[in-house]
Design a protein around this ligand. Structure first.
Ligand code: FE2
Length: 326
């Protein structure tokens, strides 16, 4: 069975194709880069609408397949930005109708877990999902994927991007901040904001901007922001692992590319006799292959959707998903 998945929750339009063993036959990723300022949902959606047909064609070509080889279409039903979600959903519906094949809308966050399970060798992890729009700690418990901790305001990647703009570092500033942080020498006073199992980042952003105005070095600010915010993530991830009694931690999302975050999570996991798993980079960021794979799992376990079921859900919660495939 061949499944084609379309990702379109935020900045990335991705098309992936997988078979029933999770061999990734294609995984084309086209990321919208705003010319200036932040990510505007409508502009990102326009980008997706302009590129989706070409991206599908490229994915089929990479896989050496044609449309008639596709057995199931899946797409990111949510959570995400409404205009972006609607482009991916519309493309998926059009393909499903034209090819007369089933359509499955999937939860983007659960897709990050399942592509990790299928490709890294972990079986029952706590997912640390750290990206631009999402920051959540997710694990399977009592028949569902549940959120054990999450950001109360903005995603950690969003915080890095806003900080990058304030400090003149450009958009998608995470890699620049990571590089600067390596030259940091002084740990500045940044608010450590953990509330129960939840975390907040906007105070860190405000503090960092204020520190810059006071004349502190960019390197020290980047270092302090990373050390503080990553320690917060490590703390709540560790507590979730202890609570649910799991000894695997899986990384997901664009911020999982940060080597200092991985180092801290790996150390935390090692200290408690657990192991960290990281999908290969193109399966860790937002991508169509993970959407295709979860679509496959759902369809294969009996999930069927009508067109009415394919309405996008901007606030689609992880624990709303009936897990039929485990
Ligand atoms: Fe994501």
């Amino acid at each position: 069975m061949i499944t084609l998945g379309i990702e379109g929750t935020a900045h990335t339009l991705g098309v992936g194709i997988v078979d029933d063993k999770c061999n990734v036959l294609a995984n084309v990723i086209d990321m919208y880069r705003p010319p200036e300022g932040g990510l505007h949902p409508r502009e990102a959606a326009n980008h997706h609408a302009d590129t989706v047909a070409g991206t599908i064609t490229k994915a089929l070509s990479d896989a050496g397949l044609s449309l008639k080889d596709i057995d199931v279409i899946s797409f990111s039903k949510g959570p995400g930005l409404g205009p972006c979600l609607r482009v991916a959903a519309t493309a998926a519906r059009a393909l499903s109708v034209r090819l007369d094949v089933p359509i499955v809308g999937v939860n983007h966050c659960v897709a990050h877990v399942e592509i990790g399970n299928a490709t890294t060798g972990c079986t029952d992890p706590v997912l640390l999902y750290a990206s631009g729009g999402n920051t959540q700690i997710i694990a399977f418990a009592n028949s569902k994927y549940r959120i054990f901790g999450e950001t109360l305001d903005i995603g950690i990647g969003n915080m890095f991007d806003k900080l990058g703009r304030e400090l003149g570092l450009g958009y998608y500033a995470g890699p620049v901040i990571e590089k600067l942080a390596r030259e940091g020498r002084e740990l500045l006073d940044i608010p450590y904001s953990v509330k129960g199992m939840d975390i907040a980042f906007s105070g860190i952003l405000t503090a960092a901007v204020t520190l810059r105005k006071k004349g502190h070095r960019l390197e020290d600010i980047a270092y302090s922001v990373q050390e503080t915010s990553f320690a917060m993530l490590a703390e709540v991830t560790e507590r979730a692992m202890a609570h649910v009694g799991k000894d695997e931690v899986l990384m997901g999302g664009g911020v999982a590319q940060n080597s200092r975050l991985r180092e801290m999570i790996e150390k935390m996991a090692g200290d408690r006799g657990a192991k960290m798993y990281v999908p290969q980079p193109r399966l860790c960021i937002d991508n169509g292959a993970m959407i295709a794979w979860l679509g496959h799992l759902m369809y294969d376990s009996g999930v069927r959707m009508t067109m009415d079921d394919t309405k996008v859900e901007q606030r689609f919660r992880t624990d709303e998903v009936s897990v039929t495939w485990r």
